[in-house]
Write a new protein. Structure first.
Length: 387
């Protein structure tokens, strides 16, 4: 039964499938690029020039050579190591590539906003959206297991929304168009989806609002995969009230991290999570990079949005919200498998035995220092990028 607010703003997708980080994600992207007919938009925060990156670049160059218009937008900070000579080569092949927002502007003592998208959009018909960047570390290699992350492949007219978002962010001069919403609201098996943005400077908070609305209306269960998990007080309050209503809540966090300070800061919240009977699972095989929530086995959000101040106020974020019981319950079963095969449950009594006063101070310091650092970054962040 469709019972939540804002569902009238969703559209229907023809196809929707979940992809877990690894070779399958890059195989599907490469195959879609090879089949592109007219236009490709690729927007990523991080694009490494490694084995995976070279593979995607080769596919893009071949597409451009057969007449496909290719637009590549990378974040100037996240992809700062992208080689200049490769940029020149891609441009010589007809690919339009540029970098979003410089990191520093000494004229105003300000920081550029970050474009945190992970999106491939092809021919206004197919899109890949999630938390996975273009880099070897998201797939299994002889050096270790790939980072845990997720994406979805979506097909249908609704992808026209993703196309408009790409055009708007690329030029900042294109007037936004709005799709006509589907009338097929009575089909319980339809994939109801919505491309949602968070861009505080442009008064867009659709992802934040979607999280809060879903959790406020939750009845049975909430699953969160939380990379860089540092939610603010308001979100924690909404989560606490859901727990008080008897909603079963579980959070999958990382046992190791590429940002140690963020890892310690997240662990400072463990006492709060224990008090509110929220189950904590730590993924032990690699880094957790996924940004996912599943509510009542019917609503899912997946994309680039982290539950912290930077995603709420400092970055351009893009998620896909999905309302479909089959997809959401299937995703939750996938999380069940991940918990069973690759996670360790953090049990309150056992955890507290390992925590001494020095460790508690380290966690406390990390939490408030990183929150302060995020606040400073947000305060120094510039207004929307100017061409």
């Amino acid at each position: 039964m469709i019972r939540w607010k804002y569902l009238n703003k969703y559209n229907t997708a023809e196809e929707l499938s979940l992809i877990t980080s690894g070779n399958d994600f890059y195989n599907q992207i490469e195959d879609a690029i090879n089949k592109a007919i007219s236009k490709i938009n690729l927007q990523f925060y991080l694009f490494d020039y490694d084995t995976t990156g070279k593979r995607i670049i080769d596919a893009l160059i071949k597409a451009a050579e057969r007449g496909v218009k290719v637009f590549v937008l990378l974040d100037a900070f996240g992809s700062k190591a992208f080689p200049d000579e490769v940029v020149t080569e891609m441009r010589n092949c007809g690919i339009k590539i540029r970098f979003f927002s410089p990191l520093l502007s000494f004229k105003r003592i300000s920081l550029g906003r970050r474009m945190h998208h992970k999106l491939v959009e092809i021919d206004s018909e197919t899109a890949f959206i999630g938390g996975i960047n273009i880099a070897d570390k998201y797939r299994d290699t002889p050096r270790g297991k790939g980072w845990l992350d997720f994406a979805v492949k979506v097909k249908g007219k609704v992808v026209g929304d993703a196309h408009q978002i790409c055009k708007y962010i690329w030029s900042r001069r294109v007037k936004r168009k709005h799709l006509h919403f589907s009338e097929n609201k009575e089909n319980p098996n339809a994939y109801f989806v919505k491309f949602c943005e968070n861009d505080w400077f442009m008064n867009k908070n659709n992802i934040s609002a979607g999280y809060k609305n879903a959790i406020k209306h939750s009845k049975e269960s909430i699953t969160i995969v939380g990379a860089y998990f540092l939610p603010g007080r308001q979100f924690r309050k909404i989560l606490r009230r859901a727990a008080e209503r008897g909603v079963a809540i579980r959070i999958i966090l990382s046992r190791t991290s590429d940002v140690k300070l963020s890892l310690y800061a997240s662990r400072f919240l463990y006492d709060w999570l224990f008090r509110n009977k929220i189950k904590i699972y730590e993924w032990k095989d690699s880094v957790v990079h996924g940004k996912v929530a599943i509510v009542d086995n019917v609503w899912t959000t997946i994309g680039s949005f982290n539950l912290n101040y930077l995603s709420v106020y400092g970055s351009l974020e893009l998620n896909l919200n999905v309302y479909n019981e089959q997809f959401s319950s299937g995703f939750n079963k996938k999380i069940d498998e991940i918990i069973e095969t690759g996670c360790i449950e953090v049990v309150k009594d056992e955890y507290e035995k390992k925590i001494n006063y020095l460790t508690r101070f380290k966690l406390w310091f990390s939490f408030y220092f990183i929150r302060f650092l995020m606040l400073i970054i947000v305060l120094l962040t510039t207004n929307p990028e100017k061409k």
